[in-house]
Design a protein around this ligand. Structure first.
Ligand code: SF4
Length: 348
């Protein structure tokens, strides 16, 4: 199968020329693919193309979209969560988070995940495989189609560890930037941090994209190594101080500040002593902390921190000179935590 999604104008012009068509037919395919108003993502639906050309493309195995809708859930706040089936019968999740001005797509980069974070439903199932760039991009098409709006922002915070799928993730970012016309500055790559991969991310980004302007968000979730290892077992291979060192290098290499994600877990990391420890770890460094409310999942011992602790923690960081914001949980009523839809579907 040859997926046209993620192809540049030049590549699609070449496809047209290869099948004896004029180059402008390639540009017509390009315009059709990236127009969110086109609901049906298969070759037969590209009605501006001559019938025989569409037939040839279809017979040769060309496709635009390869994922299939398995389940769709709208939460009361308008958040959309989709479960999509891949060609090899796996399923992945993506989420559309609307506000008045923005539509943020939360994308998966892998089927399952090998990182085994203790608070995450996806981590419980291990890794099946990494997604191809076209499968990552297809999630955007689905969100745009279902929500009838253009996606404006992207976060790689769905299933999987993006830094273990760097090449395809960066190829998808190239298309998000050039074809979906979403600036790199509106893209966030979220990682739980894998040894040596932060440096590799900036290096490969310069190779593939020519620069590195997206936001790197590191799931820190703790103020010291010991606590971090209880939340993220894979953290034992990567000392928290080394993560901060590598993050500082990322800032020097790219000029972009780093975000640190901090999931507030009751009795684990939500005390003022943790806020002070985190402040010491991050002081003098161009970064930002996002405090996140935890979405409870089945079979997990962690509990959501109280709003009071959340607010005290936030004020302490702020008073200590650390840039901090509170990220509200969206779509809580519809299996909002990463991996929950897939987990529920497998239980059925
Ligand atoms: S939180 Fe992210 S990195 Fe950790 S197991 Fe879940 S999907 Fe993987």
């Amino acid at each position: 199968m040859k997926n046209l999604l993620g192809s540049s104008i030049k590549e699609l012009e070449d496809v047209a020329l290869n099948y004896g068509q004029a180059a402008f037919r390639g540009r017509q395919i390009y315009k059709w693919i990236y127009n969110y108003k086109n609901k049906k993502k298969n070759i037969d639906q590209i009605e501006v193309l001559p019938l025989d050309f569409r037939k040839k493309l279809r017979d040769e195995g060309f496709k635009v979209s390869e994922l299939k809708l398995q389940e769709k859930n709208f939460a009361n706040d308008g958040t959309l969560k989709l479960l999509l089936a891949t060609d090899d019968n796996e399923s992945i999740e993506c989420v559309g988070i609307p506000t008045e001005k923005r539509l943020t797509a939360c994308l998966s980069s892998q089927v399952g995940c090998p990182m085994d974070c203790k608070f995450c439903a996806t981590g419980k199932e291990g890794l099946k495989r990494s997604l191809k760039a076209s499968e990552i991009l297809d999630q955007i098409l689905f969100i745009e189609n279902e929500m009838n709006r253009k996606v404006t922002n992207i976060v790689f915070m769905g299933m999987g560890e993006p830094l273990l799928n760097i090449d395809d993730m960066l190829l998808s970012i190239r298309s998000i930037k050039d074809d979906f016309q979403i600036s790199q500055r509106k893209i966030t790559v979220s990682t739980v941090a894998v040894p040596k991969m932060i440096n590799k991310l900036s290096e490969k980004s310069f190779q593939i994209l020519g620069n590195c302007q997206f936001t790197l968000a590191i799931s820190l979730h703790a103020s010291n190594q010991k606590t971090r290892e209880t939340i993220i077992p894979s953290a034992k291979n990567y000392d928290i101080k080394k993560i901060i060192e590598d993050s500082k290098q990322f800032v020097r290499d790219t000029g972009r500040r780093v975000s640190f994600e901090y999931l507030m877990l009751s009795e684990v990391n939500d005390k003022l002593e943790h806020a002070n420890e985190l402040s010491n770890l991050l002081k003098g460094f161009q970064c930002h902390v996002n405090l996140i409310q935890y979405n409870q999942i089945d079979d997990v011992e962690f509990k959501r921190a109280s709003l009071k602790n959340l607010q005290l923690f936030q004020s302490r960081l702020s008073n200590n000179g650390i840039a901090v914001s509170l990220r509200k949980s969206r779509g809580l009523d519809k299996n909002a935590a990463c991996g929950q839809l897939r987990q529920n579907a497998r239980k059925k």
